[in-house]
Structure formats: structure tokens, C-alpha cells
Design a protein around this ligand. Sequence first.
Ligand code: SF4
Ligand code: SF4
Length: 459
Amino acid sequence: MINFFVLNQDLISFLFLLTGVAFTGMLIYVGVISIFEREYRAVRVSLILSMLILVVFLAIYLIDFPLKEVAEISILVFISLSLLILFIPFDSKRKHSYQIPTEKHDERNIMFSRNELKEGTEQYNNYYTSYPNHKDLDDKFRQKPGLLSPNASLYHPFAFASAHANLEVIERLKTQVNGPVKEKRTEVEASEITNYLKTWSKKLGAHSFGVTKLQNYHLYSHKGRGDLYGKPVENKQNYAIAITVEMDHEIMQTAPKSTVIMESTQQYLNSGTVAVQLASFIRELGYEARAHIDGNYEVICPLVARDAGLGEIGRMGLLMTPKLGPRVRIAVITTDIPLQIEKRKNHSSVIDFCEICKKCADICPSRSIPFEKRRAEIEGVLRWKINSESCFTYWCTVGTDCGRCMAVCPYAHSNNTMHNFIRWGIHNSYIFRRFALLMDDLFYGRKPKSRKLPSWIDN
Ligand code: SF4
Ligand code: SF4
């Protein structure tokens, strides 16, 4: 009996030591991954925590003191219960409702359209007669140097020239968004062609692909850019395909510096190229297809992508994808080829996480992101609405499209096993979300600093 008790004591002590070593190893693993991600604060935190845990566990294991077994058992029970609470799938009863806009959005109201208005023209006068309350707000950004201006505060000759080069290619791509449909139609089966398009888009560089029925509220009411300014949008196609492409994690960490606009224009170009290729392929099969790419949209891409199951609209008003958060660019293809629509996944954990996180709102240099809860009165939809005017005025001051909010978002970490495990926990558990946010603040900081430009750009 005495032998049995002694044996069990040894087993408990061994389990206790093993737990300490496991936690230490896990934290060292986090530290190593963080070295590759160049997240040096996370490296320091994981090393300090791993050493602390190792010392505490070793001390308890090695030193004899009264009630040592009770202490070891209590710690093991506490850890087991904590892990159970954190990892058992558990969500709050409050499911966040799926929001359908009741009004169409006019593209003439977006900041890019307003930025293109030239003083003294008919379009300019008509716009500010219709929206006199926008005039003072827009005069503010017009007083700034402007996007990609050499006078902007974050001007960099190479990065800005690269962004100009990307935009120049996109300009040429815009002529290819539509085209003649081949007369002889190839009969296709919906699931087969959807799978083909999905697989091919991934080979072309897309990160995610989804299909939805094209809804009226996906379409702008009127065109706001280019030669068709003011023309009502009439797109009668049945389906919309949304694709996303990844924005480089390391470059986004330099936000709001010049490299960010270089990267965003690059990914507008990449997503646009994939969309133009897919649309051209569909027309080749004898079906209507139009690509919607940067500066040439008839649809609101984040809404289409959300309905195609690629994510949810978060606090910063962008599409939040499960694997990359907002760190994506979207392009859309509208078409009448028969397609298969997958059942929409539930992403309401994103809304719940955005409600508690507010990291983007904290970091935003122009204070454009709301801290409050979603509001129902905005265009008939319960959502967060950023202050587009103050955000765009900041862009026109620094000359880049900022992206600070995107860079610090806890969903935007690299797409690797460690972060995907945390994303899985965030998706599954209401309690894990709160824990993950605390850890994100501890490991990466509540307001992480912007990284230096890479040496190949700025040496
Ligand atoms: S930073 Fe936080 S609040 Fe902002 S979009 Fe990302 S998860 Fe939501
Ligand atoms: S892009 Fe920059 S200025 Fe605009 S909302 Fe995000 S952080 Fe704020």
C-alpha cells in the first residue's frame, strides 16, 4: 500500500514536470516561429515566459516542502480545467445576424470618385449641389498633397514609382474586363465548372474563391468613375464569383509607409489579372462574364465576397477572411454561366471578436474607426462605418493608402500552423476569443510600431 502511494506520488511529480516542460517547449516553438516572422517583441515575451515557467516547475519538482503533492495536484487540476474551458467549443447564445442592405450604394459617393472630380466641371458642380455637406469635408483632402504625390510626407521615389507602374498596367487591364462572347456555347455542368474555376483560380494565385447569386444590393446604383460617370449600373447576370489574393505580411508591417501602396496596387493588379482571365475563359465557353477590378467596379466587392462565404465585414469596414483577416484584395466576376453555390459558413465569431478587440480603432492615426458597437441606422444595415473622409484625408497627407489598421489586426498574422490554431480557437470559443486578444496584446503589443522599410527598397 505504501509502495503504491509512493509510486503514485512519483507519477504525479513526473506528470507535473512533463507539463512544465511541455509549456516551456510550446513557448520556445512560439519564439522560433516569431523569429521567422521578425516579431521580436513576441520572441522576447515567449523566451521570458518559457524561462519563468521552467524555473517555477523545476523548483516545485526539485525542492521538498510541506504539502508539495497538494501543490502539484492543484496546479495540474487548474491547468487541465483552464484548457478545457478554453478549448471546448462554446459560443455565446447571441448569434450575429446576417445583414442584407436595403439600399443601393452610389459609387459617386466613394472617396476615389470624389477625388477624381475636377473643380469647375459640370460633374463637380452637380455633385456638390446634390451633396453640399460633402464639400467642406472634401476640400480638406484637396488641400493635402494627394495620393502618390512627391510632396506627400511618406514619399519614396522607388516605391511610389512602382505603385504608379502597377496602376498603369491596371489601366490597360481595364479595357479587358468585358469582351465578345463566343457564339458556340459549350454545355457545362455547374459543380464541374465551379470546381474547375476554383482550382484554376488558386493556381493563378487566388487565396480564396466563392460563388453567390448576384443580388441587387451587390450592385452600385450608378457608376462613379471613368467615362461612364453617372450612368445607372445595369448588370443582369445571375452569379458573382469573388476571389481574394493575399497581401504580403511583412510589407504590411511597414504600414503606413510607401511600401504599403506598392503592395496594395500590386495585389489589385494580381487579383484583377486573375478575374480578367477567368472572365475571358467563361466568355470563351459562350457565356456572359465581366471582371470587376480596381477602378472599374459595378459591384461592391466586400459585400459580394461576404455573401460568397469568404468572410464577414469587420470593424474597419473591410472583408475579414478566416485565414488572413483583412490582409487581402478582392476581385469579382459576374456571369451567367451555371455555377454551384456552397452553403455559407458562419463567421459570426469575427463580429464577436471585433466587438471586443478594437485594436484597429486604437491605432488609426486619423481616428476614423469607430469604438462603438455596430449601428443599425447605417444604410439599413447593422454595421460599423468608418469615417471615409478623415481616412482619405490622411492618405492624401502621407501619400499612401495607410493600412495601419490592417497591419495590426490579430486576424492578419501569417498563415501558418501556430496562427491557424489560434484562429481555430477564436472561431470555436467565446472564452478563447477573450484569451486570444489578451495574448495578442501581450505578444505583439496593443499598438505595435511600424517596421522599417526593407533594405532592398531603402538602404
Ligand atoms: S483589429 Fe480587431 S476590431 Fe479591428 S477589424 Fe481586426 S479584429 Fe476587428
Ligand atoms: S487606413 Fe489608416 S487612416 Fe484609414 S482607417 Fe485604416 S488606420 Fe485609419
